[in-house]
Design a protein around this ligand. Structure first.
Ligand SMILES: Nc1ncnc2c1ncn2[C@@H]1O[C@H](COP(=O)(O)OP(=O)(O)O)[C@@H](O)[C@H]1O
Ligand SMILES: [Mg+2]
Length: 317
C-alpha cells in the first residue's frame, strides 16, 4: 500500500509544566516557591508518536491544539522528533491543554486543563487526512470527550479509508469505563490495554475472565503487564505470554506502555509476524526503562541500538 505515512497518531496533545523541589504544599491565599521547573511535551499519544518515529516509522500527528504559544511549542517538539505536523489542527476557540505537575519525591499532584484536545471529534477528522496513512493509533480515549463520544464514527471512517487501527484506551479518570467493547472491538485491529484497564473495561476481577470476555470480539489484543511482560491474545482465545526483558537499573517506567505500543505497531505496519510484533513491543518497553521519562531512551537510532544491546538484542530501525 503506497501511502504518505505509516502511522497517524490520533489523539491528545498537551504541555507538561513540571515543578520540582517545591518548598511545602500549596495553600489558598499563600505563595510558595519551587526551586526547579521544566516544560516538556506531554501526553501518551505524543510519546507513542515520537518513539515510533525514532524506531523508523513515518508518523504524522492528528490532534488539536490552540493557536497559542504552547501550541507552537508542541508543534516544534514533535518536529524535532521527526513527527510530521501537517495534520495538526489549530483551534481558534480553545487554548492548548496543559498539565501542571507538582512533584514531591515519589508522589505528584497534577492539575490538567484539557483544552483544545477535548473538542476534537469526528467533525474535525477528515477522510483526506486519514487516507494518507496505512495505520491509525488512538490513545487515551477517556481524556478526550468528543473523541470518545464519536469513536464509532471515527473507527468507521478509518475502515472506509482502508487503514488499520490500534487502540489503547488508557485509564479512565472517572472510573465509569463507559466503553461498549462488544460493539467497538470488532472495529479495531489491535487492542492494547494494560491488565488493570482490561479488567475494569470488562468488569472482571481476574485477568483470565477478562481475556475470555473479549476474545470473541477482537482480532488481536496485547495486554501489557508491567515487569511481567505482555500477553498476546488472538480471536477465539489463543494466548501467548511473553516475559519482560528485565533491567537491573530501571530509571523509571513512565511511558513504558506507550513505548511498547510504538514498538509493536511499528512492526505491525511493516507486516512482521505477530510474535515479532510482540517481541518488538517488549523490547521497546524495556528500552523505555533505561532513561528518564517516556522518550529519553529514544533520542536517536544509535541510543536505541545501544540500549537494545544491553538486553542482548539487535533492533531493526
Ligand atoms: N520494569 C520493567 N522492566 C522491563 N520492562 C518493563 C518494565 N515495566 C514495563 N515494561 C515493559 O513495558 C510494557 C508496558 O508497560 P506497562 O507498565 O505494562 O504499560 P502501561 O504503562 O500501559 O501500564 C510491559 O509490557 C513490559 O514489556
Ligand atoms: Mg498505558
Amino acid at each position: 500500500m503506497d501511502r504518505k505515512f505509516d502511522i497517524i497518531a490520533l489523539g491528545e496533545l498537551n504541555v507538561d509544566l513540571i515543578l520540582n523541589r517545591i518548598q511545602g504544599f500549596p495553600e489558598i491565599g499563600k505563595e510558595i516557591v519551587a526551586d526547579d521547573f521544566l516544560m516538556t511535551l506531554g501526553s501518551s499519544t505524543a510519546i507513542f508518536a515520537a518513539n515510533a518515529a525514532s524506531l523508523g516509522s513515518s508518523v504524522a500527528f492528528l490532534g488539536m491544539v490552540g493557536n497559542d504559544g504552547f501550541g507552537n511549542y508542541i508543534e516544534e517538539s514533535l518536529r524535532k522528533r521527526r513527527v510530521d505536523t501537517s495534520l495538526l489542527i489549530r483551534s481558534e476557540r480553545y487554548n492548548t491543554g496543559v498539565t501542571v505537575v507538582m512533584n514531591y519525591d515519589q508522589d505528584r499532584a497534577n492539575v490538567t486543563y484539557p483544552g483544545a484536545m477535548n473538542f476534537m471529534g469526528l467533525d474535525e477528522i477528515s477522510g483526506d487526512a486519514i487516507g494518507q496513512a496505512k495505520h491509525v493509533h488512538i490513545s487515551s480515549l477517556f481524556l478526550q470527550e468528543n473523541l470518545r463520544r464519536d469513536i464509532p464514527g471515527i473507527l468507521e471512517l478509518i475502515r472506509k479509508c482502508g487503514a488499520t487501527v490500534s487502540l489503547d484506551t488508557q485509564w479512565d479518570p472517572s472510573e465509569k469505563w463507559d466503553f461498549d467493547f462488544r460493539k467497538l472491538l470488532p472495529m479495531i485491529n489491535v487492542f492494547m490495554p494494560n491488565e488493570k484497564e482490561l479488567m475494569c473495561l470488562t468488569r472482571c476481577s481476574d485477568l483470565d475472565a477478562a481475556i475470555a470476555a473479549v476474545s470473541d470480539y477482537v482480532d488481536i489484543m496485547v495486554v501489557k503487564r508491567g515487569s511481567r511482560g505482555a500477553t498476546l491474545v488472538l480471536k477465539g482465545g489463543e494466548r501467548h505470554d511473553m516475559p519482560a526483558l528485565l533491567n537491573e537499573h530501571v530509571v523509571d517506567a513512565i511511558g513504558a506502555g506507550d513505548s511498547f505500543n510504538a514498538g509493536f505497531v511499528s512492526a505491525y505496519v511493516r507486516g512482521y509476524p505477530i510474535n515479532e510484533c510482540l517481541s518488538d513491543g517488549i523490547l521497546a518497553g524495556a528500552i523505555n526503562t533505561t532513561a528518564a521519562g517516556g522518550t529519553g531512551a529514544f533520542s536517536s537510532p544509535e541510543s536505541i541500538r545501544v540500549a537494545a544491546r544491553t538486553f542482548g538484542k539487535e533492533i531493526k530501525i
